[in-house]
Design a protein. Structure first.
Length: 528
């Protein structure tokens, strides 16, 4: 791992700065733990307790440590090389061998995404206990989730910039350091401090998935790209929810809701250690003048560097590269994917976050509610492999349609559960988790493969933003106390989900086995 970090950090001084920053952040978190342990006799309730001097020192160490770690990761003399590689693209050829380095990279990224997704997934499990301890309504406590989602929107933009300046792996390492710092949410004596720290957590988590997709797209052979993206994204999302619900079921009955934030300390440090096993972007290494290291990375992963051919004056005159998204099929396809992204946001950051509290109101204990969601996630776990299989072997388009159909079935199951007032809730919740996680795993890879080069980045970024916007709208309803019953919520989400299914089925194109350059030709005709 040390050699891996040295390939990310430019010199010994930078390495020590990063290590010192990590130590400072960790020490800052540990200084908050005595107050948490002192509250044991009060059921680990810390509301209203004054912040002592060690906690204030700890907060200073966390902030200072993040900046010192960021300084250690900052590349030296990167501006002088960036212009020379602006028109270089790096990718694995179609016939590249899928070897051990690719499997190791996928494994590490799955673990990293589990840690990443676990943070926002825990929101649904902390809101009920937080509302009780701080003596506020569930609507007020929902400010926590809203703040975290605003952070993810900001983070999605921020980490794209960070990844370009710091590098893929370096951005993951900096995100992990911030994760460690957010552990102190579990020791904050006031709701306001938690709201602020959850924004920081969301900002740290916002860009992890796009960075992972970008790294895989560069390292994976073309014919293996589709299923690897689906598998890594699906396992990361489902594993994160399973980890959050499992920790809640095991530890929250003992330590209260605060433990779900305090586990950010060990999981964040795990992410820092895993960063040493993630290869740095070869293009980024070239931009820093480290060609030999870039060549070594490309040899390991079978990737090659190509220089992008400049646009001809005729092509530029026709507006091929920068023309707006036009054409009935392109717009219809984008509309279907955007609505599907909004539906996913409503479900994951609305319905699934409200469901634990709803089950508790129906008589389930906190532990029973958490176990139910954990069991549902466990049942749906094998379907991630099925989603990757049908996406890469059967159909990219119809696998997306199928995940939308399963999501609709899960929403209908939740409606039946609410209306019947009884029955086993595991199957409906499992269907909903299967569908929503499958939808997230498929929709972004399909978007990237479904649009011509001139609009591919903008379209994928737009759909990713829609997934978060749906969550922001859902939490806005929670804050304003306009959340209806779960029956009405499920019924309202079914409408856009069905619209997305119809639009994708009608306007979507099959991308399995197709050369994506064919989409560029279609886009040119559509723009003409």
């Amino acid at each position: 791992m040390t050699s891996g970090l040295r390939s990310t950090l430019s010199d010994r001084q930078a390495l020590w700065a990063f290590v010192l920053g990590c130590v400072a952040v960790t020490a800052g978190v540990l200084l908050h733990l005595p107050m948490f342990l002192m509250s044991r006799s009060m059921g680990y309730h810390m509301a209203g307790m004054p912040m002592d001097t060690p906690m204030l020192i700890g907060m200073f160490l966390i902030v200072a440590g993040v900046f010192v770690a960021a300084y250690g990761l900052l590349p030296r003399n990167f501006v002088a090389h960036r212009g020379a590689v602006a028109d270089i693209t790096i990718s694995a050829p179609e016939d590249a061998v899928l070897g051990a380095p690719h499997w190791k990279l996928m494994t590490v990224l799955v673990i990293a995404l589990v840690v990443d997704v676990m943070k926002p997934a825990a929101l649904g499990f902390v809101v009920p206990g937080m509302a009780v301890e701080y003596r506020v309504s569930r609507e007020t406590a929902s400010l926590i989730a809203f703040s975290a989602l605003v952070g993810t929107v900001v983070g999605s933009v921020l980490w794209g910039i960070v990844a370009d300046i710091y590098g893929r792996r370096a951005s993951i390492l900096l995100s992990a350091v911030m994760f460690v710092g957010t552990s102190i949410c579990g020791a904050m004596p006031s709701l306001a401090w938690n709201v602020g720290m959850c924004f920081m957590m969301g900002a740290a988590a916002g860009g992890m998935l796009p960075v992972a997709y970008a790294l895989l797209a560069e390292m994976m052979p073309s014919r293996h790209r589709g299923w690897s993206l689906v598998l890594v994204g699906g396992l990361g999302a489902l594993g994160g929810y399973l980890a959050a619900s499992g920790v809640s079921a095991l530890l929250q009955p003992i330590f209260g809701w605060r433990i779900l934030w305090l586990v950010n300390l060990p999981t964040g440090l795990l992410l820092v250690m895993l960063g040493g096993y993630i290869p740095e972007s070869a293009k980024f290494l070239i931009s820093r003048g480290r060609e030999h290291e870039a060549e070594a990375v490309m040899r390991r992963f079978g990737a090659v560097a190509r220089r992008i051919v400049e646009e001809t004056p005729r092509a530029a005159a026709r507006g091929i590269a920068h023309s707006p998204l036009t054409g009935r099929h392109l717009i219809g396809k984008l509309a279907g994917l955007s609505i599907g992204g909004l539906s996913w946001g409503f479900i994951s950051f609305g319905l699934l976050l409200w469901l634990p509290a709803d089950l508790i109101e129906k008589g389930y204990s906190v532990g029973a509610s958490s176990r139910l969601l954990a069991e549902s996630a466990l049942i749906s776990f094998p379907t991630v492999f099925l989603a990757a299989l049908i996406y890469s072997r059967w159909s990219t388009k119809w696998s997306l349609v199928a995940t939308l159909g399963v999501t609709i079935a899960g929403l209908l199951g939740v409606m039946w559960l609410e209306l019947s007032g009884g029955g086993g809730p595991v199957l409906p919740v499992a269907l909903l988790i299967v569908g929503s996680n499958g939808l997230l795993a498929v929709i972004l890879p399909y978007t990237a493969e479904s649009f011509p080069l001139r609009v591919r980045g903008r379209a994928t970024g737009w759909v990713a933003a829609c997934t978060k916007t749906g969550g922001l709208i859902a939490q806005g309803l929670a804050i304003t106390a306009l959340v209806p019953t779960m029956t009405v919520v499920a019924g309202l989400i079914i409408v856009p989900t069905m619209a997305a299914l119809v639009l994708v089925a009608w306007f979507g194109r099959e991308t399995l086995g197709r050369d994506l350059r064919e989409l560029d030709d279609e886009g040119q005709h559509a723009a003409a």
